[in-house]
Design a protein around this ligand. Sequence first.
Ligand code: ADP
Ligand code: ZN
Length: 624
Amino acid sequence: MAASLAPLPSFDDAPDLDRAREVLRRTFGHADFRGRQAEVIAEILAGRSAMAVLPTGGGKSVCYQIPAMLRPGLGLVVSPLIALMTDQVAGLQQLGVAAAKLDSTGDPAERAQTWEKIERGELDLLYVSPEGLMQPWMLERLSQVSLALIAIDEAHCVSQWGHDFRPEYRMLGRLADIFPGVPRLAVTATADTRTREDIRAELRLQDSCEFVASFARPELALSAERKRGGGHKRVLELVAARPGRSGVVYAGSRDGVDKLAQALRDEGAPALAYHAGLDKAVRAERLEKFLEADEAVMVATIAFGMGVDKPDVRYVIHADPPASVEAYWQEIGRAGRDGDPAEGITLYGSADMAWALRRLDSRDVDDGVKQVQARKVRQLYAMLDGTACRAAAVRRYFGEEGVQACGQCDACLGEVETIDASRPAQMALSAVHRLGGRYGRGRIVDHLLGKTKDPSDFEAALTTFGIGGELSAVAWRDLIDQLLFDGLLREDPNDGRPLIGLGDGEGVKAVYRGERPVSLRKPAEPTPASRSRSTRRKGGRDAAAAPVGPHDLPTFEALRAWRRDEAARQHVPPYVIFHDRTLAEIATRKPSGLRDLAALSGVGEGKLERYGVAVLQVLRAMDA
Ligand code: ADP
Ligand code: ZN
């Protein structure tokens, strides 16, 4: 069923939806639903299953949290990661919602207590892992309990067409039979059309409505640059140009993470390293430090991220490229979750692409799956190395139609300059063809320039020998990279001594015939200064600016200091108490009493009761 066929909430649903809106206001402190939240919630409240695809930061969780609070019985939430559960449960408890989790780390007494609450019907939400839930004894025990709904978070994990397949998710298909009549909601932030179909088939949601929100993230300014040379120099520059802000830097390997974090610290940046090779306690400590700091830089492998909902991450830098467009959107998407301007910057190279394809090839999966995954890799690099709007390319990839250019990525801002390289492309393809795919990049460039050392008579006699004097060696290398990204050339890894051969036959012919132009991306190496200026160009949006004017800054800082103490006391991240945004609003509006405070966005009844008096005290102290 097409996404657009999802019905609008009918008149019959209205009273329920009114109650849902009331919960959104009173408990969560948000004025109204956004995106497709209301439709999803109406569907679940009507007792029907559904699938919802909302971008990161789009507000997926209230789609099941509110129905779980309104419908009789327990709302089960299946979540792939303990960190994710811990965060959500802590956030809900702050709001005064009866939520708990059952995971392998909990101590027996705590588990027993949780079960008592479940059996007395005192819990609204219970978070579980897929493998935890599907244990026979667990299912047996839960079948004695009345269930409000079952939410399956990060539902793309069920599909091998997705980017994060987890075999244990496959078992969740059985939930339809085990709990008939309980509405199920599959939610995810990233799934292309094929993955969505697979999720519905695997989770038995074929007859349910699908709600797909726009994948737009207007707060994100995206850019991508080819890696220049080895080393971390460019990353150091990028971080140095963004002082005083929170950022995440992704690197491809543990070793890369350690070295990059060290290099950043040597330059005085507050960098922390995070990867799966570190001791659990060290990881937990660094995570806490990052969440609590206003300006930490987390250098990490992708082991870091899922479930880390720090709202004020101002930039994500990929020191090494992500694995797919889905992974890109998810990883970049961790910046700017609070809706304020943020940046996503990706460094990539053709060697990264070759490596990704090679790794895929050695994986133990069906050829069909391999082919799909290889196409995903190529699509990622085509987007990164492309010269069109990046945000639009990603949104089209996810099947969105009628997409407009974002107006703020490097491509839209005209930072990506191109030159027509159709003729040199013909020369390069022809040279590769004549050389029979037996050589690597360097040798092909030498051939084009006629600089091959001791060429054979055969090679020296080829029409392509020395034909390429109009371009420099560097430009030829760039062009060969580009042709690799375009799939017109293909790289055979050949055990670390890569050989280059012709790629897509039809495409190559089209270039020869002059039907397919090739434009070369000019190497743009923006200086840090020009980069931050260009980010600022867009309507004065500036990721570095404080969220309040200079006049209110001391109050804002005082509120943050109070929040930091409060968070430390409770051992929770500061943002589960109040977001920066809410503190900024409090600092600007300076409510004089509890009633005024309650009117501000992000202040629900639970928060008002817990912190209202303390916040007013901070304001009064500033006044005095
Ligand atoms: P995700 O879809 O990434 O899981 P969350 O559910 O964590 O997103 O929500 C992202 C942020 O948006 C949270 O801070 C949440 O409080 C906020 N949010 C959710 N719904 C609304 C709404 N209707 N109005 C304003 N803010 C909202
Ligand atoms: Zn754009």
